[in-house]
Write a protein that binds this ligand. Sequence first.
Ligand code: C2E
Ligand code: CA
Ligand code: CA
Ligand code: CA
Length: 279
Amino acid sequence: AKEAGKNGLRFFDPAMQAAVEERVALENDLRQGLRDNQFRLFCQPQVDAQGKLCGGEVLIRWQHPVRGLVMPNHFIPLAEQTDLIIPIGEWVLRRTCETLVEWERHPSLKQISLSVNISVNQIRADDFVERVLSIVNDCGTNPARLMLELTESLMAEDVEGIIFKMNALRENGVRFSVDDFGTGYSSLSYLKRFPLAELKIDQSFVKEIPENQNDAVITEIIIALARQLGLAVLAEGVETMDQFNFLLRNGCGYFQGYLFGKPCAIEFFSSNFANLMAA
Ligand code: C2E
Ligand code: CA
Ligand code: CA
Ligand code: CA
């Protein structure tokens, strides 16, 4: 790297320069997107062992005037690096809380919980607890309907500080789920110190069950672990009946994946998934 710096090739590498320019353009577009209200909420159904609708995961999309519908993997990482994730995350939470209030009026939707993805940078902010509670209060949302999804990487951070914030929200009724469980490096001894309600088995383990012996064993162990700790366990990325049956047989309680429904604009959630409500 030193050599490249000396002869200047690195600086004038056109591919790298283009990447830097695209990053700057994307960041400017993200700021504009916030101002112009270009973000959209999608929602994917979550079902119980009877296949009945019990929740949904809120997933952000970006409706850009030129780029089209941009998926989160293309802008959330940059948002996290630039702290734009703070206003974007607050927007997601507010819209979710407003949706939950609207759903209170629907007999078939009022029991449903919504899960929201929270970045580590968000919970790191000193005023995270106050911000979440003020949004919940502003909207008049029942906090028991709100689940916050955190990833395992969080458990390697300021553990005491994070547990303190989680407890403060938990005492107000908000629940927590560990997203992508099994892909990080969480210490199992730490797991029971966090006030958790749910583990979400990462879709990479679900993908090849039941054929892949390793994945089958890992999945069985995560389900057993969750049950032992008194936590709900949800499998993500369920696409086939074979996967669903294997998970059911092994005691998994909740499911999410294309087998039940793909994410759709949250406005169409109830009409799109009416079939799961009747189940
Ligand atoms: P995630 O939290 O692990 O979300 C699950 C992803 O799996 C979603 O992708 C969903 O559309 C996809 N998926 C669901 N079921 C299936 C299936 O059966 N098969 C396959 N192949 N995929 C399935 P999506 O919507 O593109 O989101 C990607 C990631 O972006 C999310 O991963 C999450 O980490 C992040 N993300 C999404 N919305 C937000 C947000 O509001 N805030 C933050 N901080 N991150 C978000
Ligand atoms: Ca998630
Ligand atoms: Ca996940
Ligand atoms: Ca993921």
